[in-house]
Design a protein around this ligand. Structure first.
Ligand SMILES: *Cc1c(COP(=O)(O)O)cnc(C)c1O
Length: 388
């Protein structure tokens, strides 16, 4: 049989039904599952047969969500977590031990930066940052104890790209576990497993939910690594709730249509901003002025839903732009059906030092817009009146 298309699997993968002939997967709000016999209980605990025991280990809603993400990413197994950060922390904790070293791209999600710089060092796990714009330097930063390569592309909020194929070769040459946070692109736009990635991180809170309703995460990858992460999570317990898993699995049914609309709106917004005289520069992976446009076309299907621009006049003008918007939501989230405007330097990236912000291009005038699903004319109208 021919392999089904991405769009179809995002809809048609479903857990076995209950016998009630329901069409849509029901919600399994149950903490535990009953055994038909003492013998079945023994066999389940001995892993001789497969089945649900307790929702910290597995649950039909969580399993359906994981199965879909695995299919969409081309991964063989996965674990769902209570948040994106729970997934990132538990994966690093499961895969590393005292004395290990991480090589990471410098432009990381704020809390990932806190885990690397403030939390893991307490257990003797160290890190070095590599600059996205200087790939030639990465190899020299690998130490004897470097175990893992961690990156995020496109980066947040700079929207710089890392060549996934090149990074895969680097990881293989030095036997590093190759980890990618694929939250910004989603598997609809970018599939890191095709470039040899071992483990993929997602904050399901963003485009996977897509409607700003729930916090969650999911990690997928190769069995040899996922087995370690699954063991760690089973016993330490950062499990995703069945309710949130049910929401996310429903949301995946519309991921391809939503992502196309996010991209349509973001492209038009980037074009508009690129021509506006109050704008110093615009950054969007598929915009004609992006320095890595060719790489974007190679490894991404489209440019994604986030656009950044630098307003002329610095922080004061950035603040007044944000305060003058009437429809856009002032929020720190992204990947919502509602368009969101953020000032990274004073909010999501305020914990970085001035120097660290400069290194990743977060200037006082930088504004991030996460394009939603509204009619693009209304988004552009609001942006235009706030700029003028
Ligand atoms: C939001 C985000 C996270 C963290 O996810 P939570 O669900 O908020 O814990 C991690 N990485 C990236 C790129 C994100 O945007």
């Amino acid at each position: 049989m021919k392999e089904r298309k991405f769009e179809t699997d995002a809809i048609r993968i479903q857990t076995p039904t209950t016998g009630e002939r329901e069409h849509s997967t029901p919600l399994y709000m149950t903490s535990s599952f009953v055994f038909e016999s003492a013998e079945q209980a023994r066999a389940l605990f001995a892993n001789e047969i497969e089945g649900n025991v307790y929702s910290r280990y597995s649950n039909p809603n969580t399993d359906e969500f994981i199965e879909k993400i695995c299919r969409l990413e081309g991964a063989s197994s996965g674990v769902a977590t209570a948040s994106g950060m729970a997934g990132i922390f538990s994966s690093l904790a499961a895969l590393l031990q005292q004395g290990d070293h991480i090589l990471a791209s410098r432009s990381l999600f704020g809390s990932t930066h806190q885990i690397l710089s403030q939390i893991l060092p307490r257990w003797g796990i160290t890190f070095t940052y590599a600059d996205i714009n200087d790939p030639g330097s990465w190899e020299s930063l690998i130490q004897d104890n470097t175990k893992l390569l961690f990156l995020e592309t496109p980066s947040n909020p700079g929207l710089d790209l890392i060549d996934l194929e090149w990074a895969g070769e680097l990881a293989r040459a030095h036997e590093l576990i190759y980890v990618v946070d694929n939250c910004f692109a989603t598997p609809y736009l970018q599939r890191p497993m095709e470039y040899g990635t071992d483990v993929i991180m997602h904050s399901a809170t963003k485009f996977i939910d897509g409607q700003g309703r729930a916090i969650g995460g999911v990690i997928v990858g190769k069995d040899e690594y996922m087995d370690e992460i699954a063991f760690f999570n089973r016993h330490t317990g950062p499990a995703l709730s069945p309710f949130n898993a049910w929401l996310f699995s429903k949301s995946l049914e519309t991921l391809p249509v939503r992502m196309d609309r996010h991209c349509d709106n973001a492209e038009k917004l980037a074009d508009f901003l690129g021509e506006h005289k109050q704008v110093k520069r615009v950054k969007y992976p598929f915009h004609k002025d992006h320095p890595q446009l060719e790489l974007a076309r190679k490894q991404m299907k489209r440019g994604g839903g986030v656009v950044c621009f630098e307003i002329k006049g610095g922080y004061e003008r950035a603040k007044s732009f944000i305060d003058k918007t009437t429809m856009l939501s002032r929020s720190a989230n992204l990947g919502d059906s509602r368009t969101i405007v953020t000032h990274p330097a004073s909010t999501t990236h305020s914990k970085l030092s001035e120097e660290e912000r400069q290194q990743v291009g977060i200037t006082p005038g930088l504004i991030r817009i996460a394009a939603g699903l509204e009619a693009v004319e209304d988004i552009l109208d609001d942006v235009e009146q706030a700029l003028n």
